[in-house]
Design a protein around this ligand. Structure first.
Ligand SMILES: [Zn+2]
Length: 394
């Protein structure tokens, strides 16, 4: 019994030491001992193990504090690779990612109208390609999947657009590739990416709102993903924001998702194509040709009618964000997905709404911004799952 406990303590210390080196970028054994409170010999032993495994290397000498200058250590970014895949976009995206979040190889596969059984072989094709292109040892496979998830069991409960119900994706892929597999909902993966590789590195809590086919929020509290008691935390797309609104795919009316998503914005823009005051009038004969790009262009050109639609969207989103700020008091809200094309004016409109809908002092310290990780945010988050669960360094 005692031996088991000792082994567990050693494993725990080894991971803590690796995490400390990873976060520092470059550091010495003495500084690791100081910041972890562990004995110098414990640190030296662990470092020797990690150097043996190739994860850590001695990379130079630091400034001397009087005596012998310390040897600096770093985690070797290319010592292991992470495979991250995003199954929640219009195409399947995948990347080979190094330990510091640099994507060294990308692959995209068109899904077309294949779903259900037919979509799974596409996942295999994507993974086969990525694994055969990896320039070094692969730590595992991380997946950001759409829909309802039992992340603990690795089961996709319900992914409408792929036609998957209760698919044991983790087991299937683990068996096929003999590698560790971790799965999260795409929005939760995006939140993990933001706090591992994005602007959230220094904050303890943040919310990522992702606007794509649907709309959802990924919540990180005290640097831990928060899924809620029933794994449904962050389902803000189905908050009712419009009285007598349109029917949502959930069956209710006026959900946030019915007004804030790519399709809804484009649909409303198409309805103004007949109005000669709008730049979009040039599509009057073929309103179906209006896509998000055309809407963004008209918005930036100052088209008043389009501005009304876009700023309306910002107002609805602002209302939902007010609710999040009140309930969680998180100070970093990051937007990802199609709305990021609308630029700073869109953020200003959201902020205005949040200011009106919340106590001033709650909003004061709150930053609302666009992610810098798109379009790779889900791939990076899926990769970060491996840093969390396999190496325990984030
Ligand atoms: Zn709904």
């Amino acid at each position: 019994m005692k031996k088991v406990t000792q082994r567990q303590t050693k494993a725990h210390n080894d991971r803590l030491i690796l995490k400390t080196i990873y976060e520092a970028g470059q550091t010495s054994r003495a500084d690791v001992a100081r910041s972890t409170g562990l004995a110098r010999t414990t640190v030296s032993d662990a470092v020797a193990t990690w150097i043996d495994e190739g994860l850590v290397a001695e990379v130079g000498v630091g400034p001397s504090a009087g005596g012998k200058p310390p040897i600096l250590l770093s985690v070797v970014d290319s010592s292991r690779y992470l495979i991250g895949i995003d199954l929640a976009s219009n195409e399947f995206h995948g990347g080979i990612v190094d330990l510091y979040g640099k994507i060294v190889h990308r692959r995209t596969i068109e899904i077309g109208d294949r779903d259900g059984e037919a979509a799974l072989p596409l996942v295999y094709t994507l993974l086969d390609d990525l694994l055969s292109s990896a320039p070094g040892p692969v730590l595992g496979i991380g997946i950001g999947a759409p829909g309802l998830m039992d992340a603990h069991g690795g089961i996709v409960r319900h992914a409408v657009n792929l036609g998957w119900t209760d698919l044991a994706l983790k087991d299937i892929l683990q068996e096929r590739y003999e590698l560790p597999v971790h799965i999260a909902n795409d929005v939760q993966a995006a939140a993990l990416a933001e706090c591992t590789f994005g602007s959230g590195k220094e904050v303890s809590s943040l919310v990522v709102i992702r606007v794509g086919r649907g709309l959802g929020a990924g919540i990180v509290l005290n640097r831990k993903p928060y899924y809620g008691d029933g794994s449904g935390a962050g389902e803000i797309g189905h908050m009712k924001v419009v009285d007598d609104g349109e029917r949502c795919r959930c069956g209710h009316y006026g959900c946030l998702e019915t007004v804030v998503n790519r399709r809804a914005i484009v649909r409303r823009a198409r309805s103004i194509a007949l109005d000669p005051r709008s730049i979009l009038h040039r599509f009057a004969a073929q309103p179906k040709e209006i896509d998000l790009e055309a809407v963004v262009e008209a918005f930036q050109a100052g088209d008043e009618l389009v501005r009304e639609i876009v700023l309306d969207t910002a107002t609805y989103l602002g209302r939902a964000i007010s609710g999040l700020v009140c309930a969680l008091n998180v100070q970093r809200i990051v937007l990802s997905g199609s709305v990021t094309h609308f630029g700073p004016e869109f953020l200003k409109a959201i902020r205005r709404e949040v200011m009106q809908g919340t106590l001033a002092w709650l909003v004061d310290g709150t930053q609302i911004e666009f992610t810098t990780l798109d379009p790779d945010i889900v791939v990076l988050g899926a990769a970060a799952l491996l840093l969390t669960y396999e190496l325990e360094i984030v």
